[in-house]
Design a protein. Structure first.
Length: 101
């Protein structure tokens, strides 16, 4: 089962758009942001589903290069430690996750 966040992050972050730059080229801009409540909402869904299935969650993010990914990892771990200690949690970098799928 894959639980994927699609209501925040890079899809709705501001600023965004396509802008001209000085050398005549254009640049695409997206801003990747998450709030703690956006992260914990999705993590709760994953943990609650895991309790009904394998009792395991693998959280995938880009904590090695993105601050939003670092926050994601920290918040998921904190929620796990406070409310879901009975669910096995592991973290995986998104590139590794894609390779393993």
């Amino acid at each position: 089962m894959i639980v994927r966040e699609l209501t925040g992050g890079i899809y709705f972050g501001e600023p965004r758009g396509i802008k001209p730059i000085d050398n005549g080229e254009r640049k695409g801009i997206n801003t990747h942001t998450y709030t703690t409540s956006e992260i914990t909402r999705v993590a709760r869904v994953a943990f609650d589903l895991a309790k009904k299935r394998s009792n395991k969650v693998t959280s995938c993010e880009k904590s090695n290069v993105m601050e939003a990914g670092q926050l994601w990892k920290e918040e998921v771990q904190e929620l796990h430690d406070k409310e879901y200690k009975d669910v096995e949690l592991s973290h995986m970098l998104a590139d590794n996750c894609a390779m393993q799928l």
